[in-house]
Write a protein that binds this ligand. Structure first.
Ligand SMILES: [Zn+2]
Ligand SMILES: [Zn+2]
Length: 98
C-alpha cells in the first residue's frame, strides 16, 4: 500500500510529497526550514513567485497563506483529488525573471 502524506499548504492527502525550501537553495536556503508540499502546490508556488520574492516575502507558511493568489489557488485545489495530476504553467512574469 502506498503511504499517503498531508500537504502543509492545501492539507490534502497526497501520494507524493516534495520538499520546498522556504528560502530557495540558490539564495542560501539550506539552513532554513522546508515545507512538505504536494506537487501541485509546489509547482504553484514556483509558478507564482520568483526565487527573489520567495526569499524576501514568502519565507513562511503563514505569509504564503495570506497571499491572495494562494488563497484563490487553495479554494480551487481543495476540490481536486490528491492523486489527480495537474499541469501548472508559470506566469509570464515569473518566466521572464528567471
Ligand atoms: Zn498541496
Ligand atoms: Zn520549492
Amino acid at each position: 500500500m502506498a503511504q499517503n502524506h498531508i500537504c502543509e499548504l492545501c492539507n490534502r492527502n497526497v501520494p507524493i510529497i516534495t520538499k520546498h525550501h522556504l528560502i530557495p537553495l540558490a539564495k542560501g536556503g539550506r539552513k532554513f526550514e522546508t515545507l512538505s508540499l504536494c506537487t501541485a502546490c509546489h509547482q504553484q508556488i514556483h509558478a507564482l513567485f520568483t526565487n527573489r520574492e520567495l526569499a524576501t516575502h514568502y519565507y513562511s507558511l503563514e505569509s504564503l497563506k495570506k497571499d491572495y493568489k494562494i488563497i484563490k489557488y487553495l479554494r480551487f485545489i481543495e476540490n481536486i483529488p490528491g492523486d489527480y495530476e495537474l499541469t501548472i504553467k508559470k506566469s509570464r512574469r515569473v518566466r521572464k525573471s528567471s
